[in-house]
Design a protein around this ligand. Structure first.
Ligand SMILES: [Mn+2]
Length: 388
């Protein structure tokens, strides 16, 4: 793992050596005065306990541009030196899908499922844009990750890139909060930070977790026919951080692919010539990038990383979750009442056992939209598969 810790001291003028990386402040591009510090525990406590005054949900907790820049700076240091592209972690764990700036719903998940470090969380990306509290969501989650790195894993989503943040709300939110100059520097800080977020996690050796889904790259050598450990390493070797999201390739697929919606397509493979297989298993995505993957494509991709189930975010699901491709693909949407315009529920997936047992792989914890809180129960557990 390359790190910028050593670079300043190693820059001793040996001209045959490759250019050393610059000092962390400069190369990370986050302009924080050297004597600035932050009380992370106080910040986390303030955000976790935030109650909107008079139930006015348009009021934001207090956060300064400098607080944000320091959190970005610390997060980049941690992510660039301590995490890999593919994180390996274990159960018990709660997995959370797209949040899209719905800070108050994130607090509801913590209220009901427990807070780190007592409870462990894996987040599947799309923290920002659309909702009005993107800043609170990302500052709280990055701060929790810094305080409790064993209990909080943050993956990158397709929203965590410059173009989406410019067009779908995060940039406007920051400029509205801090003014054009400070807002733009805070945005740059977060964008640099996003470039270091891991892209995938393997939980309990059995669940492949990422924002979008699998990639045709998994069907090709050298991924095909490998063991889990080496393929997690392979992912780490294949993708170098930091990077800005491209329109194609393995990293783009992990963040932007979707399961095919039409079940009929799943059967096409049987009757087509060998050379056409990849095309029909991987239909070009409806948006501007990546693919829709069939059940067969998912099966072979999961086999190649020795995983049994894909858990991903990225799409809105009316019930908060959707189970597809013969229960091999779970979509989680954790933004109930998405963007204030939809009536969808929001769900997190809980694995409470010490081992991920595929006969009873987990339970969905479901939240109704906040506007319906008074009329509906907000807690229900659904076992989606049981051999009992
Ligand atoms: Mn999303």
């Amino acid at each position: 793992m390359d790190s910028d810790k050593c670079s300043e001291n190693d820059a001793s003028g040996k001209s045959e050596e490759p250019m050393p990386r610059k000092s962390s402040t400069v190369s990370l591009g986050v302009d924080v005065p050297p004597d600035c510090t932050i009380d992370l525990a106080e910040l986390v406590k303030r955000l976790l306990s935030f109650q909107p005054p008079n139930d006015d949900y348009s009021v934001h907790p207090e956060l300064t541009a400098q607080d944000c820049l320091i959190v970005c700076h610390m997060a980049i240091k941690y992510l660039s030196s301590s995490t890999s592209v593919c994180v390996q972690t274990d159960s018990p764990i709660n997995i959370v899908g797209d949040l899209h700036g719905q800070f108050h719903d994130l607090l509801r998940f913590f209220d009901q499922l427990g807070q780190p470090p007592q409870a462990k969380f894996l987040f599947l990306g799309d923290y920002v844009n659309k909702g009005k509290f993107s800043l609170e969501v990302i500052v709280l989650l990055l701060s929790l990750m810094l305080m409790y790195p064993d209990s909080v894993v943050l993956l990158r989503g397709s929203s965590e890139c410059a173009s989406k943040c410019s067009h779908y709300g995060f940039k406007d939110e920051l400029i509205g909060r801090f003014g054009a100059n400070s807002g733009t520097s805070v945005l740059v800080g977060f964008l640099r930070c996003f470039q270091w977020l891991p892209l995938a996690a393997i939980v309990g050796g059995k669940l492949l977790c990422c924002h979008g889904g699998v990639s045709p790259s998994f069907e090709l050598e050298p991924f095909a026919s490998g063991q889990l450990e080496s393929n997690a390493d392979l992912l780490n070797n294949k993708i170098e951080r930091p990077f800005e999201l491209e329109q194609f390739g393995l990293a783009c697929d992990l963040l932007c692919s979707d399961p095919m919606k039409s079940p009929a397509r799943d059967n096409f493979e049987v009757s087509v010539p060998e050379g056409e297989r990849l095309k029909l298993n991987w239909v070009t995505g409806g948006g501007s990038c990546s693919y829709h993957f069939s059940k067969e494509a998912l099966c072979s991709s999961l086999r190649s990383v020795n995983a049994a189930l894909l858990v991903r975010g990225r799409e809105i699901a009316n019930e908060g979750f959707a189970v597809r491709h013969d229960r091999l693909c779970i979509t989680l949407c954790s933004a109930p009442g998405y963007h204030g315009t939809r009536g969808n529920k929001g769900a997190a997936l809980q694995f409470e056992d010490r081992e991920v047992n595929l006969d009873r792989p987990g339970s969905f914890f479901v939240l109704t939209p906040r506007s319906e809180l008074l009329s509906e129960k907000s807690r229900s557990f659904l076992y989606w598969h049981s051999t009992a």
